[in-house]
Ligand binder design. Structure first.
Ligand SMILES: NC(=O)c1ccc[n+]([C@@H]2O[C@H](COP(=O)([O-])OP(=O)(O)OC[C@H]3O[C@@H](n4cnc5c(N)ncnc54)[C@H](OP(=O)(O)O)[C@@H]3O)[C@@H](O)[C@H]2O)c1
Length: 323
């Protein structure tokens, strides 16, 4: 099968398309013919070894100190079940599915645990759209619902509201009943409004400290805010949630705890079957929509990585596998 392979960390050019062995499903796995997969900020970070600050060393220790141990990236996919292990009853051959793979989705075939973070693809959406949802959708859901515990009527500010996670954060904060303010560049304000934001802010014209509003939750998906800035716009008891963090944020979170300032929540997103099902249900009901920035054939995956690396993607960047 064809796969995008990388043998060393580096720029997007380290990715090459090669023929590698097709995986075989274990007893508890399904074999998926992948039609579309997302290229996410996680894939860029893994490929380039671009981990913020002090996270570099733990990142390298986990992924391979000198060279990546796992050579095929791709954390989110959509495709069709074409084989299943002996113990699998959850899916039938031919089922259209989407979900998290952890790795390996930038290939024509992929094995994933049948009980893992996978769900049936809503019929109303394409494979490209389905592949665009798991990464940003699950991150937004887990950070807003579980970590920040957003309640109906609360005011939520999403910084980076049109990006891979931001585009879903706006929709899901709204779904949780919040009043949402989305911060993005001028070209993306209409998109952010169309995703359900009550207010939008163009970061090139206004800083968030110039706003008159105060927020219960500030979710920063771009790593452009600081605790000090967020504190100025948070209500007493508010929560600051930076998705991108390193040593400085860890110290600030500790100080916030010791001094009793607004809470700073640092965490990493999970990926569960229940959450994938939740996202599928919301899409079925029309309460969540996929946001696809651009599509590239697998052969042009380096271009897709470069697009992600600009940090100006509108929603998800997707690669397609062809037949
Ligand atoms: N902790 C975790 O578990 C977790 C989970 C998922 C992701 N992450 C991390 O979260 C980060 C976000 O991921 P992502 O995929 O959403 O990134 P992304 O797609 O690159 O997000 C880009 C967004 O940032 C906006 N932006 C760029 N410059 C800005 C500025 N100065 N002020 C405000 N917004 C600005 C862009 O808007 P314009 O194009 O309009 O400029 C765009 O909406 C990544 O670093 C990723 O590694 C962490």
């Amino acid at each position: 099968m064809k796969a995008a392979v990388y043998d060393r960390y580096g720029p997007a050019d380290v990715l090459t398309i090669r023929d590698i062995a097709r995986p075989e499903p274990a007893a508890d796995e399904i074999l998926v013919q992948v039609f579309a997969a997302a290229v996410t900020t996680a894939d860029w970070r893994l490929r380039a070894s671009a981990f913020p600050g002090v996270m570099w060393l733990p990142g390298r220790l986990m992924l391979g100190l000198r060279a990546p141990r796992n050579k095929v990236l791709g954390v989110a996919f959509a495709g069709r079940v074409i084989a299943r292990g002996d113990n699998v009853t959850r899916y039938a051959l031919g089922d259209a599915v989407f979900g998290f793979s952890g790795a390996g989705a930038h290939a024509q075939y992929l094995t994933v645990k049948a009980d893992g973070p996978v769900a049936l693809k809503p019929k109303s959406i394409t494979y490209e759209e389905a592949a665009a949802v798991p990464f940003g959708g699950a991150s937004a859901l887990v950070f807003l619902r579980d970590f920040a515990e957003v309640k109906p009527g609360e005011a939520v500010l999403v910084n980076g509201a049109s990006g891979g996670v931001g585009a879903y954060s706006v929709q899901l904060a709204r779904h949780l009943g919040a009043n949402v303010t989305g911060v993005a560049g001028a070209d993306n304000l209409d998109l952010v409004r169309s995703l359900g934001a009550d207010d939008v802010v163009d970061y090139s014209k206004q800083t968030i400290t110039e706003l008159h509003s105060r927020f219960d939750v500030v979710l920063d998906t771009v790593g452009k805010l600081t605790y000090a800035t967020a504190k100025r716009v948070l209500k007493p008891g508010g929560r600051y949630v930076p998705l991108e963090f390193s040593g400085r944020e860890m110290i600030e979170a500790l100080l916030a705890k010791l001094t009793g300032g607004p809470k700073m929540i640092l965490n990493v997103s999970g990926d569960s079957r229940e959450d994938m099902q939740c996202l599928a249900d919301l899409m079925e009901k029309g309460e969540l929509r996929a946001v696809v920035d651009s599509q590239y054939p697998l052969e042009q995956i380096a271009e897709a990585h470069r697009r992600v690396e600009t940090r100006h993607a509108r929603g998800a960047v997707v690669v397609t596998m062809g037949d």
